[in-house]
Structure formats: C-alpha cells, structure tokens
Design a protein around this ligand. Structure first.
Ligand code: SF4
Ligand code: SF4
Length: 138
C-alpha cells in the first residue's frame, strides 16, 4: 500500500504495546519484547508477517490529522475484523485516553455516520453514541 505523506509511524509504536498478537503470544497491553521505546522494532527486517501487514486506520485515512497519531493521543483507531465495530483501542494503563477531545469528536462523528463505535482498554469497553453520550458496554 502506498504510504501517505506525513503518515509515517515515526516514534509511534503503540500497536506494539496495546494489541494482542496471537501469532507470537503477545498479550494486549504488554510491550513487545522486540520494541525499543522511541526507536521502533529491533527485528524490523525480520519482523513477523502479521506486524509487516498491520497498519492502523490513522496511517491510511487522510482525514485523520497528524495530531491524531496514536502515540500522541494514546488511542489506536481500527476496524474490528470480527464485527462491524469501529474501535478506539487504548493502552490499559491509560484507559480513558479515548476521551481526548480530538479523539472523542472523531468517534462521535463516526457514530453519527452510522458506525457502531466502541472504545476499549483491556477488558473494559464503552459504547459511544451519535448524541455524544457514552457508557460501558454490557
Ligand atoms: S499504531 Fe499505527 S502509527 Fe502507531 S506504530 Fe502502529 S501502525 Fe504505526
Ligand atoms: S515484532 Fe516488532 S513490529 Fe512486531 S510487535 Fe514486536 S516490536 Fe512491534
């Protein structure tokens, strides 16, 4: 996929901490053992295919500005592969990062556009509604 100018991961490696990677048993919320904080992947040229293939939504959506880079807002925007949910996935250490005004405004806009919007941090999850109301998923 063509890289969009200004959309490099750069110092961000939030996905290397926040996401579960089943292929090599990395739990969600734990920094990958190969991740050098601020420097990226220590095994970049030999990284697993799943890492090679992964790109968060920020990287491919021109409408998401530089200020929404995941490490800047503590939130990874992504489609859930198993449902229709549009997700804001946060570091369990900062579970309410999705309440950042920039992120929250975007989430409400997505809900208004008809998406099922869910914020997640570890096992916790919240639904964001088109009205701007939000609450825990039950
Ligand atoms: S969360 Fe997105 S911007 Fe950050 S390292 Fe992963 S793919 Fe790159
Ligand atoms: S192997 Fe590299 S790219 Fe994959 S999660 Fe670990 S640090 Fe990130």
């Amino acid at each position: 996929m063509m890289t969009i100018p200004g959309k490099a991961c750069a110092e961000c490696s939030l996905c290397c901490k926040v996401l579960e990677i089943e292929e090599f048993a990395k739990p969600a919320g734990e920094l990958c053992e190969h991740c050098l904080q601020g420097q990226g992947c220590a095994v970049y040229h030999d990284r697993p295919q799943v890492c090679h293939d992964y790109e968060c939504l920020w990287k491919n959506d021109r409408a998401l500005g530089p200020q929404l880079r995941p490490d800047r807002v503590g939130t990874i925007l992504m489609e859930d592969p198993d449902s229709d949910e549009y997700r804001a996935v946060c570091d369990p250490a900062k579970p309410m990062a999705w309440r950042n005004p920039l992120v929250f405004k975007h989430l409400v806009a997505m809900a208004k556009a008809g998406r099922i919007v869910v914020a997640k941090a570890g096992v916790k999850a919240w639904r964001v509604h088109p009205t701007g109301e939000w609450g825990p998923c039950i």
